[in-house]
Write a protein that binds this ligand. Structure first.
Ligand SMILES: Nc1ncnc2c1ncn2[C@@H]1O[C@H](COP(=O)(O)OP(=O)(O)OP(=O)(O)O)[C@@H](O)[C@H]1O
Ligand SMILES: [Mg+2]
Length: 375
């Protein structure tokens, strides 16, 4: 019977996947996985579309549950905890046939509904000054603005390829969006994980298309987010054709940008040390994004509080002192938003210390106990 065969095949795959390590197996540096759904069709439940709100937390969760698994490309790996037996396909593993550890970078390709459009054209009202801190990056953006306003003037000294790197949630994407708004140029935002398609050649073709469209609409900015998903160091690049094809396509396009063309490529990563050297060397400047200091946290809090639908009674200066180490995203999403929702759920007309304390406690608990990252 077909379904029994399927079950047997899956069991084999799963047991192969789960063989516990012997010491010679290399550590997986990076793996890229794609949500597939439940393996059996005879289910009364619909396969849920997986959305991951917090990638960091998902990574911790995935490392924790798959620690010690030996994986290779094309295999399936199954969730054991929140969505038991939900399948993920291993699209890339670097190196192949390696072991997942707590250091393995686990990247998830978003579901196919979202990835139909490889790139998004972003429009926003953000200004450079809305990004608090990150002064070095803002100076670079001002230079890019001057260049895009007047490409001829720069001659062979034009800014072309810049790398933003650093802690998640510190404003890399926000700054790229603000930059494109300031100069009213289109920003073509592409997530590198979306470039790894089901068919070899997809990603490379999409890179060429993207650069072609952006070139026709200059001045313009291409923003490649999560570039480490494709532009991995060659020692981690798999034998599978498409990742190296995507890297080659990117190299060709980055080299092909003509001086004074009015096109700037910005890429962002949390792990610059994993990048392919040839790609990394194409970036004329690498700019680090760091978590905000106390004054910057205070400013981020103030700016966000202004836009909240309920007044906040706690002093932002005091709150800045209580949130050491948090990123801008943490402050907004984990503290202010959680406190707001708590206040609303209690029918309160203002956000008080009690709600902020609740959010802080939640934040600290979640840091120690990875769970609840599925939307
Ligand atoms: N420096 C900052 N100033 C003001 N707000 C910030 C700053 N950093 C982060 N934020 C807030 O956090 C949100 C998320 O930041 P953003 O997406 O730019 O982070 P990122 O560095 O691109 O993170 P990742 O590496 O995960 O992609 C922003 O939309 C903004 O609300
Ligand atoms: Mg980002």
């Amino acid at each position: 019977m077909k379904s029994n065969n399927t079950i047997n095949n899956l069991k084999t795959i799963e047991s192969k996947t789960q063989i516990i390590t012997n010491e010679q197996i290399k550590e997986a540096k990076v793996i890229v996985i794609k949500p597939i759904g439940y393996p059996f069709t005879a289910t009364i439940l619909e396969t849920p579309q997986l959305e991951v709100e917090n990638k960091e937390l998902f990574e911790l969760y995935a490392q924790d549950q798959w620690n010690g698994y030996i994986i290779s490309e094309g295999q399936y790996i199954f969730d054991q905890k929140i969505l038991p037996d939900y399948a993920f396909k291993i699209i890339n593993a670097h190196p192949n046939n390696s072991k997942i550890t707590n250091n393995t970078s686990i990247l998830l390709i978003e579901n196919s509904e979202k990835t139909k459009n490889t790139y998004q054209k972003i429009e926003t009202k953000l200004k450079l000054n809305d990004v608090i801190g990150q002064e070095q990056a803002k100076i670079k953006c001002k230079i890019i603005i001057k260049y895009l306003e007047n490409p001829e003037k720069f001659n062979q000294w034009a800014p072309k390829n810049i790398l933003f790197y650093g802690t998640p949630g510190t404003g890399k994407t926000m700054l790229a969006k603000a930059l494109s708004n300031e100069i009213k140029t289109p920003l073509y935002l592409v997530k590198a994980t979306n470039l790894i398609g089901d068919h070899v050649g997809d990603g490379a073709r999409q890179i060429h298309e993207l650069f072609e469209i952006a070139t026709q609409k200059t001045p313009s900015i291409i923003f490649i987010d999560e570039i480490d998903a494709i532009a991995l160091d060659r020692t981690y690049q798999s034998l599978r054709g498409d990742v190296s094809e995507v890297v080659n396509a990117l190299l060709t396009e980055m080299d092909g940008i003509k001086t004074n063309q009015g096109l700037v490529t910005i890429a962002a990563t949390n792990n610059p040390q994993l990048l392919d050297y040839a790609i990394r060397s194409r970036f004329e400047e690498e700019i680090q994004f760091i978590t905000p200091n106390e004054k910057e946290r205070e400013q981020i809090l103030k700016n966000n509080i202004k836009t909240m639908p309920l007044p906040v009674t706690i002093n932002p200066e005091k709150l800045a002192k209580m949130t050491k180490g948090m990123s801008g995203r943490d402050l907004k999403e984990k503290i202010l938003k959680t406190a707001l929702h708590k206040a609303i759920s209690e029918d309160n007309i203002e956000i008080t210390k009690k709600h902020i304390d609740y959010a802080l406690k939640n934040y600290n608990n979640n840091k120690n106990e990875p769970k609840g990252m599925f939307a």
